[in-house]
Design a protein. Sequence first.
Length: 88
Amino acid sequence: MKGTKYTESEKARQILCKYGINPYTDCKNLVIAVNYCHSAAYAKEAFKKLDRADKEFGTPKAIEDALQRLVIWHKDYGQTEKADENDD
């Protein structure tokens, strides 16, 4: 989610910053991507969960809970193959 290719990535980073979470260095936001980057599917899921937490609850705890749910999503449904450099 570091690049600017996906709108969802930028929006997700903005939500994290709003709650004082550095999207690049804060341990609360670190999820290991075995393929060295996150896929487009992960970027969309991350934004969806963060946006919902922001709009429905609007608390740092809600954002942290959403990040924890993303860890589970990433592990259970996330990337099992390398991201496609041309697509992801």
